[in-house]
Design a protein. Structure first.
Length: 202
């Protein structure tokens, strides 16, 4: 049991004494004490938010324009809401090809290059690159369904981060879709190594 550890008890007592010495935080004492006396299971538990179970998209579209990092062209994108189970879909509006050939699904199996930028390609040989900042914004804000129209082969670099994408998504708003997310459960540790570097998922 956690309460039987003398080290933990000493930390609790020290924290309590520090709190009681500060009149500004006297009203935090009860909450702090409860937090300190929680078991590890309690501390890692968070209240289940039912809204996180649903797919999410944008409430409305937004547009951005800017120069591309690698080709130096002006690229224009329009990020649109999408129905559940669409995923993140890029559409090259500059290509004079059948509709299906202009689409690139943001799936791991479609990544063909990942040094200095992330590049997707489809089975027809069309590609879109420097998607990582927009994808980071989507992931950070929980957006898993959107259609991104783009008139070049590369997204604009903007300020070199996800900031402008995040700002625009927050401005137009996020919408819960009437479909439950499909969740991948990690059942065993997975390690990917590259020379001296590695990443571990548990």
């Amino acid at each position: 049991m956690l309460t039987r550890s003398p080290q933990v008890w000493w930390l609790r007592r020290s924290a309590w004494r520090l709190l009681t010495r500060s009149p500004q935080v006297w009203w935090h004492r009860r909450t702090a004490w409860r937090q300190l006396t929680k078991t590890p299971q309690d501390r890692t538990h968070t209240r289940k938010d039912s809204s996180t179970d649903s797919y999410k998209t944008l409430k409305k579209n937004f547009t951005l324009s800017g120069i591309t990092l690698h080709s130096g062209e002006i690229s224009n994108i329009k990020v649109n809401p999408a129905p559940a189970n669409t995923g993140i879909l890029f559409k090259r509006t500059d290509l004079k090809v059948p509709h299906i050939e202009s689409l690139l699904n943001a799936k791991i199996e479609n990544v063909v290059y990942s040094e200095l930028c992330t590049k997707l390609s489809n089975e027809y040989g069309h590609s879109v690159s420097t998607i990582e900042h927009l994808m980071s914004a989507f992931h950070g804000l929980g957006i898993d369904n959107a259609i991104v129209e783009i008139d070049k082969a590369e997204l604009p670099i903007l300020d070199g981060s996800s900031l402008e994408y995040v700002s625009e998504i927050e401005r137009v708003g996020i919408k819960d879709l009437q479909a439950k997310r499909k969740i991948i459960n990690i059942t065993r540790p997975i390690i990917f190594r590259n020379n001296d570097s590695y990443i571990k998922v548990t």
